[in-house]
Design a protein around this ligand. Structure first.
Ligand SMILES: [Zn+2]
Length: 234
């Protein structure tokens, strides 16, 4: 997410259109896809955020703030857990209602090409955070103010946040969103993302119970998420 260094404005709803979608389990559902007015001047068109509103969210909606991952979301990359997390949220929201905020901050905010450079370094032994440092890039450049502003534009300041990432919850809180409940996601581990998930747990405090990790032949073992300790926010 670009940091404009300027005052962060309020957003308002620009358009809301129905977009029927087919979920990965084959079901169909029709969220409203919402765009926003009020992004700072110069905001790149390829960074425009979206909200997908499923059903009629209650006063404390389930919310997933998802950062774009082209390789995971679109191509089904097994190097990370983004695709399964996105699919899990959409399936859940189709059943229970909810808001998916899709933020265009690829590669934890460093961009697509840098992410691929980091993958190349990971293939020589670095973990996901070490690789970023070797490239003189931050561990995590994501900025969630636009998610908070979008939620406010949709009329929500209290949410049940579907996430394992403590930084996401902290930033939303700083930007005026009350996280009433933290709802953990599933643990989507496979032999290719095992090290990545462990690094997120060990170095960024993500709350994921990485189970069955690296087991040959296990392509996607959806395990349980660890019950997290007091004040647990994921
Ligand atoms: Zn990913």
């Amino acid at each position: 997410m670009p940091d404009t260094g300027r005052e962060r404005p309020r957003l308002s709803v620009r358009t809301s259109v129905s977009v029927p979608v087919r979920l990965r389990d084959g079901r169909e559902t029709t969220p409203s896809v919402v765009s926003f007015h009020g992004l700072p001047a110069g905001w790149p068109v390829d960074k425009e955020p979206l909200a997908l509103v499923f059903g009629t969210p209650g006063p404390v909606p389930l919310v997933r703030v998802h950062s774009e991952c082209l390789t995971g979301d679109v191509f089904g990359s097994l190097r990370c857990d983004c695709g399964p997390q996105l699919a899990e949220a959409m399936a859940r929201f189709a059943d229970e209602g909810g808001i998916l905020l899709y933020l265009r901050q690829e590669g934890r905010g460093i961009g697509l090409y840098n992410k691929l450079d980091a993958y190349a370094l990971q293939d020589t032994g670095a973990d996901t955070f070490e690789a970023n440092r070797m490239l003189d890039l931050p561990d995590d450049a994501r900025d969630y103010w636009v998610a908070a502003a979008a939620l406010q534009a949709l009329g929500h300041t209290e949410v049940a946040l579907v996430s394992n990432n403590p930084d996401k919850q902290r930033q939303l809180t700083e930007h005026g969103i009350t996280v009433v409940e933290a709802v953990p996601t599933g643990c989507h581990v496979n032999p290719f993302n095992d090290r990545y998930l462990r690094a997120k747990v060990d170095q960024a405090g993500h709350r994921i119970a990485v189970e069955a990790a690296g087991t040959a032949g296990v392509v996607e073992a959806v395990g349980t998420v660890g019950t997290v300790g007091e004040g647990a926010l994921s």
